[in-house]
Design a binder for this molecule. Structure first.
Ligand SMILES: NC(=O)c1ccc[n+]([C@@H]2O[C@H](COP(=O)([O-])OP(=O)(O)OC[C@H]3O[C@@H](n4cnc5c(N)ncnc54)[C@H](O)[C@@H]3O)[C@@H](O)[C@H]2O)c1
Length: 330
């Protein structure tokens, strides 16, 4: 029998890629999503339970009915800029939603969880690679909500049986190489899809924020990890928890940084068109550089990013993007 795994947020960008990877690895992914930001058609490898993470009773029932062995928690509010403007919404969705999920897991006696944390927990870290033991000092409510949840999970673990892997994702990007899935949002805030919309003429006001950082070319530097690699890490983590791994906190990144300008150059190379953009002032809450030290997840989980070179990221993202956003101009 295939081992059932609950993917909360399974109709979203990262959750749907995880569900596909779980199915490919022989698991039975059961997706739970309220479809506020997810897509019904992204759930192709198992059932979709349409519901809200705040409906603790429905999650408990789902865990019991499907005999869920492990839970991936990928639902929540993930707009960094929006979290500065509307912190209540961010904390409520992320912290409140996680408490509801934990209540359901406790009541249904499900004790394996993989939580989608973020590199945003580190805030303005010192330049260079960021290892997990770096003191967390988030600079926006989004990062703070992720850091709070990590603390809550630790407290929960003291009181109840729970083995948790916290994955601190750096910048998720790219699309399923087979073209089944990709990034698709009503209100797109992420750099790569927005730059591609600008190339197509869909965005007349595409801006990058800050060209006066102390970085290689003045623009902010991030660690971009392909969503297929993130999904593979989740499959590895599920197997690890099932083997008895007691949990831990791991960066999911590549150890390489790319600047915003380098991303725009790579998009121009792939699409054959320069990315039209303006440069605006730095945004509050944006650190100059965030690059993961990926060595702990490699050492303890055996995970290495294999699809996260910039050309593969941009190629798969553009192949997906073109199918979902027909060009506005030739
Ligand atoms: N995309 C990134 O670069 C990135 C980086 C670091 C961390 N993360 C985290 O990874 C997780 C997934 O990110 P994503 O980019 O796939 O986001 P996404 O918005 O594409 O997916 C989130 C999914 O959760 C669902 N959802 C939201 N609120 C819900 C609720 N109350 N009940 C049930 N379902 C709900 C949405 O409908 C959506 O399908 C988020 O927690 C995000 O903070 C993402």
């Amino acid at each position: 029998m295939k081992i059932p795994v609950l993917v909360v947020g399974g109709a979203g960008y990262i959750g749907s890629h995880c569900a596909k990877a779980l199915a490919d690895a022989g698991y039975h992914p059961v997706c739970f999503d309220n479809l506020t930001a997810g897509h019904r058609e992204f759930v192709k490898w198992g059932p979709l339970i349409e519901g809200d993470i705040f409906d603790s009773a429905l999650i408990r029932k789902t865990i019991q009915e499907y005999q869920i062995a492990a839970v991936l928690h990928l639902a929540g509010y993930s707009e960094v800029g929006g979290s500065v403007i509307d912190p209540v919404r961010c904390y409520s969705a992320n912290v409140g939603g996680t408490l509801s999920l934990l209540e359901a897991m406790r009541d249904a006696h499900c004790s394996r969880l993989i939580f989608s944390s973020s590199g945003a927990v580190y805030g303005h870290a010192a330049p260079g690679l960021i290892p997990e033991q770096t003191a967390c000092s988030p600079v926006n409510p989004y990062g703070a909500s992720k850091w709070m949840i990590e603390r809550i999970l630790s407290d929960f673990r003291t009181a109840h049986p729970l083995n948790t892997i916290n994955f601190r994702f750096f910048n998720a990007c790219g699309a399923d190489p087979a073209g089944d899935l990709g990034e698709l949002r009503d209100n797109e805030t992420h750099l790569i899809p927005r730059a591609m919309m600008a190339v197509q003429g869909h965005l007349s006001d595409f801006a990058i924020y800050g060209n006066d950082y102390d970085t290689v070319d003045g623009t902010a530097v991030r660690d971009f990890i392909h969503v297929t690699d993130l999904a593979a890490a989740h499959v590895t983590a599920v197997a690890s928890l099932l083997r008895g791994h007691s949990g831990g906190t791991y960066n999911l990144g590549t150890g390489r940084g790319s600047s915003v300008s380098e991303i725009l150059t790579a998009i121009a190379a792939e699409t054959g068109r320069a990315v039209p953009h303006t440069v605006k002032a730095r945004r509050a809450g944006d650190p100059p550089s965030l690059i993961a030290d990926p060595s702990l997840s490699k050492r303890e989980l055996g995970f290495t990013a294999r699809h996260s070179d910039l050309p593969s990221i941009i190629r798969t993202a553009w192949a997906w993007h073109k199918t979902r956003h027909p060009a506005a101009r030739g």
